[in-house]
Design a protein around this ligand. Structure first.
Ligand SMILES: Cc1ncc(COP(=O)(O)O)c(C=O)c1O
Length: 411
């Protein structure tokens, strides 16, 4: 696990910790992570010395930018154990899920099919399928959680069937922190229906945990760069190469075609097939640099340290009688702590904590069905990263009592 000294050294890489007029405890990492200096500098370097339009042009900067873009793709491919042709750069996880919906699901699902997702999905892995269901008639089925916010084997067995043609599941919940065993689920799903297409939403998983797409054996996997230290506006769709090359493009235009005639066109294979128009090369580079940074620290070290932070915070909060915690008790979890004061609204809690320089999230965290299922409308969420410290958690816990005092709630 990362030592205190290692974390203090890491913290020197983050400028937000050196704001002139404000001390900030950033516990909104599940919404977006902060960026280390190296990532910020990589954008400066790209736009200063390497900027051209990739895949177009024979001059130095066009070729440089192509090289930066494709090297970034190679880096990301090796990070998740994929081949480079299986990595499609998009804006974010949401766009990647929409690509699967438009290019695969709308063309392949019918009213006889079922889509299996869980109740803890982020809206981007839920609303998207509702649209597909509306257009194709395919029926959505939900996996529900037990009291410990886990999907039991019985629940999975009772919902998966030969009719399940799409199974799309988060590898880590952004609210309850649950990390289902997606590998086992996918293996079982493929036994029941070898034709099934499986999707893993790794938006909250990839920043904290090793991803190995060959081992998981999913058909598609998505994640966003901005949640794992890179610039915003860059995300990744992984897809098995054969599958990617067999489906229609999502967007049409420049750079994704092979030949264009007056009446028809032929398309390139993946990844160009799905990357119409000028791409976010700087963003791709920043993600490759972010991954290099993560690899230097070690993704397992990151996971262990963040898990320890989460358990530390969980155990402290558990002792506060005025707080309800929604995060799973299972210590194999994503570093998110969702909670409510029994007697204060989450927005009030977040605003008051902000006065003490503590940034947490309040709201439904794009997971309304999950909140409804938990019997609530909103929650507070503190989410941790490897640059957070145990002392920051102490400070946060101390100030929870101030929220009640300032709101005039008697102890
Ligand atoms: C589990 C999960 N999936 C998908 C997303 C969507 O990510 P983005 O907004 O970067 O597309 C999020 C964002 O919070 C998430 O937490």
């Amino acid at each position: 696990m990362l030592t205190k000294d290692q974390v203090l050294k890491i913290r020197e890489d983050f400028k937000y910790l050196n704001l002139n007029d404000k001390e900030l405890i950033y516990f909104d990492n599940a919404a977006t992570s902060q960026k280390p200096n190296r990532v910020i500098e990589s954008l400066d370097e790209y736009y200063s010395y390497e900027n051209g339009n990739p895949h177009r042009g024979a001059h130095y900067l066009a070729m440089k930018s192509t090289e930066v873009y494709e090297n970034s793709r190679d880096k990301i491919a090796s990070f998740i154990n994929a081949s480079s042709n299986e990595i499609v750069f998009l804006r974010n996880a949401t766009e990647a899920l929409n690509l699967i919906a438009y290019s695969w699901a709308l063309n392949n699902l019918t009213e006889n099919d079922e889509i299996l997702i869980s109740i803890m999905e982020h809206h981007s892995n839920l609303v998207t399928w509702q649209y597909v269901s509306k257009k194709t008639g395919a029926k959505i089925k939900y996996l529900y959680l037990d009291d410990n916010k886990q999907i039991t084997e019985e629940e999975f067995n009772s919902k998966i069937s030969k009719n399940t043609k799409l199974f799309s599941i988060t590898a880590a919940s952004n609210v309850v922190g649950t990390m289902p065993n997606v590998k086992e689920m996918i293996k079982k799903a493929k036994k029941i229906n070898p034709e099934i297409v499986t999707v893993v939403d790794a938006a909250q998983f990839a920043p904290h945990h090793k991803v190995d797409v060959a081992d998981i054996d999913c058909d598609f996997l998505v994640f966003s760069g901005h949640k794992m230290l890179s610039a915003m506006g860059i995300g990744v769709l992984y897809g098995k190469e054969e599958l990617l090359n067999s489906i229609d493009p999502f967007l049409y235009g420049g750079d994704m075609i092979e030949y264009v005639y007056e009446e028809k066109s032929t398309y390139l294979n993946s990844p160009q097939r799905f990357e119409a128009g000028t791409q976010n090369v700087g963003g791709a580079k920043s993600l490759a640099v972010a991954i290099e940074y993560i690899e230097e620290i070690g993704i397992d070290n990151i996971y262990e340290y963040e898990a320890a932070l989460t358990t530390y915070a969980y155990e402290k909060m558990e002792k506060l009688s005025y707080i309800d915690i929604y995060t799973t008790k299972d210590t194999h979890r994503s570093p998110v702590l969702a909670f409510n004061f029994k007697d204060a609204h989450p927005h009030d809690v977040a605003s008051i904590l902000d006065n003490y320089g503590i940034a947490i999230r309040s709201g439904h965290h794009c997971a309304q069905p999950l909140h409804r299922n938990l019997g609530i409308n909103f929650s507070c969420r503190a989410s941790f990263a490897f640059y957070n410290t145990f002392e920051e958690i102490d400070y946060f816990i101390e100030h929870l009592e101030d929220v009640r005092r300032l709101m005039g709630i008697e102890s």
